[in-house]
Design a protein around this ligand. Structure first.
Ligand code: BG6
Length: 497
């Protein structure tokens, strides 16, 4: 216990009070409970919390060579300093962890299947039965607690062999490998899993080609032609998974998953408004393809201007017509754009980033905090696509301090409660506007390794996990103050925020 307190050497989170520029949110008007059946829960990804990176036949994924996170270069081989190799050991502790989530009353639990647990190299004909059996056991536990599973098929964890041998998604062959994997898991779990996502934050491929697209060519040597072709392959693969689900899991609902980042004009200058619109279109394009089944004109123009001619076959065009049932997205922050490069400073951000907004506060990692942006993006997406929406990631990465209160170790994370309360209020506002929202899963509901920086100290959870950036720690779990708060939120179906 002593160790747990002292080993995590960090300061108390500085984001204790989050200023909010929206007067409507400063004193939230009670809007009442969320609609019946609203899916409150939390989200995770295999590579960030399972650990057991080479157990029971699992092959390495590209995450195993990213010890410093997706923003930093890969290593040749998996190295011991990579915290993801052990993660938070969910692979061996899933029963205990799912029971804790159930104690909060989770209605839904989002997790990803590690592709390389099922197909260790990615290009085999036959799956690894031990890998499949693990997710059977996870689903058994969820069923036992009455929790709806929400599965991401690919969450930044392409098998490493596909990276080394095929240069990741630049190769058309990956469409077939992914389809085989998707068919295998849809056939196995399709009867017990209703909600599926094809690729995590599919638009991030254009920004992080290695982590998102498994592309080994260094980003500064990668041609636009190869990058956009890789994007096209993923979009076709996503549509093929949707088609496979229609066949193998008829009751399933398939969603795309987009990294949402509403972009505001930095000033009222029309050049800034145009720049903001174009930045948004670069993300909208991914939803447009998934919902409308074809590339939008503005995107084709952007490709023409880059001199990129995609290789799109007739079969690809047919495949893309397999459109999704719902649109899911992550939301952490908004950003700004300007038509004048001399204006504004570039801000820190979640993969995409842009010009910093001078009116907004930021987290300790520089991600600007904007609950109103969630209200905005829910309306934008609903107006544009008229498909049910699912917020599958949202949350505050902060340094937590484990303290003793009434004889129990906990974290007094009022800063996290404030953040989540304000964002949930924004969701409730959008629902009041008539937006159809299926559910809300907070990111990293149990502390895990960060994707961008591979730190343990960037924590999002309701449950504190005793592990430190240097790899030490007992892996013991502790309920934070936000754990008790979220349980109340769920028990009141959002009436008590
Ligand atoms: C999203 C990813 O971009 O952001 C998650 O889907 C990630 O995998 C989350 O963990 C938060 O980012 P980070 O870098 O703080 O872990």
């Amino acid at each position: 216990m002593e160790d747990a307190v002292h080993q995590d050497q960090h300061i108390t989170a500085q984001t204790t009070a989050l200023p909010n520029t929206n007067p409507a949110l400063t004193e939230p008007q009670p809007l009442g409970a969320f609609p019946d059946g609203f899916l409150f829960g939390g989200a995770t990804a295999a590579n960030q919390f399972e650990g057991a990176w080479n157990e029971d036949g699992k092959g390495p994924s590209l995450q195993d060579v990213l010890p410093a996170g997706g923003l930093h270069p890969r290593t040749a081989e998996p190295t011991e300093d990579n915290l993801k190799l052990e993660g938070i050991d969910f692979y061996h502790r899933y029963r205990e962890d799912i029971a804790l989530l159930a104690e909060m009353g989770f209605k839904v639990f989002r997790f990803s299947i590690a592709w390389s647990r099922i197909f260790p190299r990615g290009d085999e004909e036959t799956p690894n039965e031990a890998g499949l059996a693990f997710y059977d056991r996870v689903l058994d536990e969820l069923e036992k607690h009455g929790m709806e599973p929400l599965i991401t098929l690919s969450h930044y964890e392409t098998p490493l062999h596909l990276v080394e041998q095929y240069n990741g998604w630049t190769s058309r062959e990956l469409i077939g490998f992914y389809e085989r994997y998707a068919r295998t898991v849809l056939a196995r779990y399709g009867k017990r899993v209703k909600y599926w996502l094809t690729f995590n934050e599919i638009n991030s491929m254009l920004h992080l080609p290695f982590m998102s697209g498994g592309i080994n060519t260094p980003a500064d040597q990668l041609s636009d032609a190869d990058l956009y072709q890789a994007m096209h392959h993923e979009l076709v693969a996503s549509a093929r998974a949707t088609a496979a689900a229609r066949e193998l899991a008829p009751g399933a609902q398939i969603g795309c998953m987009i990294l949402a980042m509403p972009t505001y004009p930095l000033t009222p200058d029309p050049a800034d408004v145009l720049a903001a619109m174009q930045a948004e279109q670069a993300n909208f394009a991914f939803g447009d393809v998934h919902v409308r089944g074809a590339y939008p004109g503005y995107f084709l123009r952007a490709l023409r201007e880059k001199g990129v001619e995609l290789n799109i076959t007739e079969q690809d065009r047919e495949d893309l017509k397999n459109t999704v049932d719902f649109v899911s997205f992550s939301y952490y922050m908004s950003t700004c754009a300007t038509g004048d490069p001399a204006r504004g400073e570039r801000g820190e951000g979640n993969i995409l980033g842009g010009v910093a907004n001078p009116t907004l506060p930021a987290s300790e990692w520089g991600w600007q905090i904007d609950p109103t942006g969630l209200h905005v993006v829910l309306n934008q997406y609903w107006d544009r696509w008229q498909k049910p929406l699912f917020i599958v990631e949202n949350g505050l990465g902060a340094r937590d301090e484990l303290v003793e209160v009434n004889g129990e170790l906990t974290v007094e994370d009022d800063y996290r409660i404030d953040y989540l309360r304000q964002h949930l209020h924004a969701v409730r506002e959008a629902i009041e506007d008539g937006v159809n929202v299926l559910g809300y899963t907070t990111w990293g509901c149990i502390d895990m390794i960060s994707a961008s920086t591979a730190q343990m100290s960037k924590r999002y959870g309701f449950i504190y996990v005793d592990r430190n950036d240097d790899g030490t720690g007992t892996l013991a779990r502790y309920r934070k103050k936000s754990f008790h708060w979220y349980r109340e939120v769920i028990a009141s179906n959002g009436a008590k925020l």
